[in-house]
Design a protein around this ligand. Sequence first.
Ligand code: PMV
Length: 320
Amino acid sequence: MQAIARAQPNIALIKYWGKRDRALNLPAVGSISITLADLYTDMDVKFDAALAADRLTLNGDEEAAMLPRVSRCLDTVAGSGRAAARVESHSNFPVAAGLASSASAFAALVVAASGAAGGQRPTDELARLAGRASGSAARSLYGGFVELGLNGDGIEVATLLAAEAWPLAVVVAVTDTGAKPVGSGDAMEISRRTSPFYGRWIDDQPRDLATARAAILARDLEALGVVAEHNCLKMHSVMWSSRPPIVYWNAATLACMHAVRELRSSGVGAFFTIDAGPQVKAVCPGADAPRVRAAFESIPGVAAVLTSGLGGGARLTARR
Ligand code: PMV
């Protein structure tokens, strides 16, 4: 009746932006991501018939805002007739760091809830349930380089290349720890309704996915960097051209992007990507991570720098 699971955040290299079905939370486009190793969320779920209602704590503090989403996710895993649950979430990275904490949280939640409910659900089914709660969470069920594809009325997620097969690092420049001006779900909807570039974004995605997939299988960092930066800037162009415009960047975001380009011209194999927030994530060979980190640390406005390798998918760590 109690289980603990661990999952890491993932960073999209070919981005998901836009929903095909808002009720089912189905993405409008496929995506490719890398699962991190060193940042994680541990989720402890205990179904307890003595509890009157679900309870959620984040790093020890009672959390009301996220509770309805967590309860709905528990219903999809354990059924709406389930006992109430006590859910404790612990992350070893700042939740406000714009690191897709919802991805690691919901990936860990479905694995822990399924374990606590006594089931042995296959990973692809858990990925679909995590994706219902947070689109990007489906990818954190898998490790390494992960592709999320569209399949009829659903999604299918699979590892393209294991983390150990290409030991890259991700260096994150945290440029703002405040809450986002607009959450990704609402922002995607604004883009779908109002950006003149939205249709083109959707139409071009299969080509970017194919280019990135080939670059990953060939372990070609330069080719992967070109398509990943292009895809990221296209997604942000869709955001900027929405009405009202959705602009997540600040001055330090832009300075970090320039720093990555300068590093590249001095021989460091690094490229950047940016999600629905102002943080910049540089992807580089593990050996180059200290240089990227030093460059980010010297930029005014960078509040913190985090580094991680690539790691595995969500997994059960204890069951009682
Ligand atoms: O899973 P959500 O709803 O937080 O959306 C994630 C959207 C991006 O992070 C911007 C891109 C992605 O593919 O992760």
